[in-house]
Structures are given as structure tokens and as C-alpha cells.
Design a protein around this ligand. Structure first.
Ligand SMILES: NC(=O)c1ccc[n+]([C@@H]2O[C@H](COP(=O)([O-])OP(=O)(O)OC[C@H]3O[C@@H](n4cnc5c(N)ncnc54)[C@H](O)[C@@H]3O)[C@@H](O)[C@H]2O)c1
Length: 263
């Protein structure tokens, strides 16, 4: 068991990648504080973990709200006595270029996707410093590493997360806190299917599938294995960087040529 007796907080864990990470952490022996704004989804994650014989509990909080984040960290301390691992996974997706993105959409996207991870890190690190160290994993995106059409606010928030990761890693290395990001491309979750499985979006889905060299979308469980690696001692010399899990999205711009040659 790679995370035996570790205490982990996973935000946005009522669905998709956050749920898969929580399950994998629990399987590796961690006790998980499952956070989400969706109580039903979060409680379902806890139920699945308990049915597996693991330990988890739910905490309802909006990560963009400082008071709620502070209560979440305090609750983890009351329930489990420490915080070893924080996964900043909660996010929302908004569509639009600079003209279509409303100020409200921009502010909300940055609040959840970037201010939320800052707040969770800020208050978790205070406890990690006291207990001698910890690990933070930020779920960014390939959209944090390159621009993406029509997703101005989301892509900007994910780019911010890449440098949030680096700054936290530099500032807290001597507190024995490691901080890394994961950058997935498309992963089969509600967030992704809300976008590509809508009526009229078939050409976009086909295009996106072709952008992945492996010609498929990722699975939440594949992201969870990377999170467990980054949370465990197996990655003890890795900090301030990101792992790209994109099925070959960013490896080249010549997918069309590859197809001509049968790739
Ligand atoms: N699915 C993909 O294709 C993909 C690709 C790249 C990156 N990501 C990233 O992976 C992470 C997980 O995404 P997913 O695909 O599992 O999405 P999802 O929509 O299935 O899950 C996100 C969860 O976050 C919760 N959430 C939203 N706002 C919140 C808030 N303010 N406070 C607490 N919880 C909140 C939602 O209720 C939901 O349960 C996100 O950071 C996302 O940006 C996803």
C-alpha cells in the first residue's frame, strides 16, 4: 500500500477524475476527505470507498470561498489529525473567445479553477508545515500548456495553475512539501461529455479524437494512477513540474500527415 495511513483531501471528488483519484488513494491505504459542491456525487464517492473497505468522509464546500476552504481544512484536522495530500481537482469549464466570454464567466472560472487551488494550498500548507511535510497535486490540462480556441477563461485558469504549481514548489520545498501538476487532454468524464456528446458536436468529437495520437480519450482511472504516483514516495525527487497525460496530443502537429502514411 503506497499511501498507508496518509490523509488526503480531494476537491471536486464527486465525479470524474476526482472520484477516480479518491478511489485509487483509498485502495492504496489513504483516508480521504471527499470535497464537492455536489453533495449527492460526493456522498456517492464516500459510499463506494466504504464498500471497498476504505475510509472516507464528505465535506461540502465551494473551493472559491475562503471561509468554506478554511472550514474544510479545519474539519480534516478534527477528523483525521493531519493533512498529508491535497489534490486540487475541482474545476468548471466555460466556453467562449474574448467577445463571447462575459465578465461574470471569466470571474467565476478564475475563482473556482485558480483562486480555489490557491486557497486550498494556502490553508493546507499551514497544517503540512506543522506536521513536517506533504504533497500537493494540481489537475491542470494540456490547455494550460498551449492556447485553445474558444475556451479563453478555462485555458487561462489552467495556465495559471502551471505557475501556481512552480511557485508553491519553490517556496515550500524546504518545508518538505512537493507540488506537481497533471495535464490531461480529453478524459471520459461528465465535464468532457457535456461538451463533445451534445447534438451537433460530432465533428468536434471526431476532430478531438484525431488530435490524440492514441486515437482515444483518456480514462479517469489512468489519471488516478498518475496522482497516486505523485502522492507517493515513488516520486520523492519530483517537484515543481507537470506530467502530461494526453495520449500524444502535444507530441506533434502532424497527425494528418501521420494518417497519410498509415499512422
Ligand atoms: N475531462 C477532461 O477531459 C479534462 C481534461 C483536462 C483537464 N481536466 C481537469 O480535470 C479535473 C476534473 O475534471 P472532470 O473531467 O473530472 O470534471 P467533472 O465535471 O466530472 O468533475 C468536476 C467536479 O468538480 C466539482 N466542482 C465544481 N465546482 C466546484 C467548486 N467550486 N467547489 C468544489 N467542487 C466543485 C463538480 O461538482 C464536479 O463534481 C478538472 O480540474 C478539469 O479541468 C479534465
Amino acid at each position: 500500500m503506497k499511501l498507508k495511513d496518509k490523509i488526503a483531501i480531494v476537491t471536486g471528488a464527486g465525479s470524474g477524475i476526482g472520484r477516480a483519484i479518491s478511489l485509487d488513494f483509498a485502495e492504496e491505504g489513504a483516508k480521504v476527505l471527499v470535497n464537492d459542491v455536489n453533495q449527492t456525487g460526493g456522498e456517492e464517492t464516500v459510499k463506494i470507498i466504504k464498500e471497498m473497505g476504505g475510509e472516507a468522509s464528505f465535506f461540502l464546500a465551494d473551493v472559491s470561498r475562503s471561509e468554506e476552504v478554511q472550514k474544510m481544512i479545519a474539519t480534516a484536522m478534527e477528523r483525521y489529525g493531519k493533512v498529508d495530500i491535497l489534490v486540487n481537482n475541482a474545476a468548471i469549464n466555460t466556453m467562449g473567445d474574448s467577445q463571447a466570454t462575459t465578465e461574470e464567466d471569466w470571474n467565476r472560472t478564475i475563482a473556482v479553477n485558480l483562486t480555489g487551488p490557491f486557497l486550498c494550498a494556502k490553508y493546507a500548507i499551514a497544517e503540512m508545515k506543522e506536521s513536517g511535510g506533504g504533497v500537493i497535486i494540481n489537475i491542470s490540462s494540456v490547455e494550460g500548456l498551449s492556447g485553445f480556441s474558444n475556451q479563453l477563461a478555462y485555458s487561462s485558469s489552467k495556465g495559471g495553475m502551471i505557475n501556481l504549481t512552480k511557485c508553491l514548489a519553490i517556496d515550500h520545498a524546504r518545508d518538505n512539501i512537493r507540488v506537481n501538476s497533471i495535464c490531461p487532454a480529453n478524459v471520459e468524464t461528465p465535464m468532457s461529455s457535456n461538451l463533445v456528446d451534445q447534438e451537433g458536436m460530432e465533428p468536434v468529437k471526431k476532430y478531438l479524437l484525431r488530435k490524440h495520437a492514441l486515437r482515444r480519450f483518456g480514462k479517469p482511472e489512468e489519471m488516478a494512477k498518475i496522482a497516486t504516483f505523485l502522492a507517493s514516495e515513488d516520486s520523492s525527487f519530483i517537484t515543481g513540474t507537470h506530467i502530461v497525460a494526453d495520449g500524444g496530443w502535444l507530441c506533434g502537429t502532424s497527425m494528418d500527415i501521420a494518417e497519410i502514411f498509415g499512422g
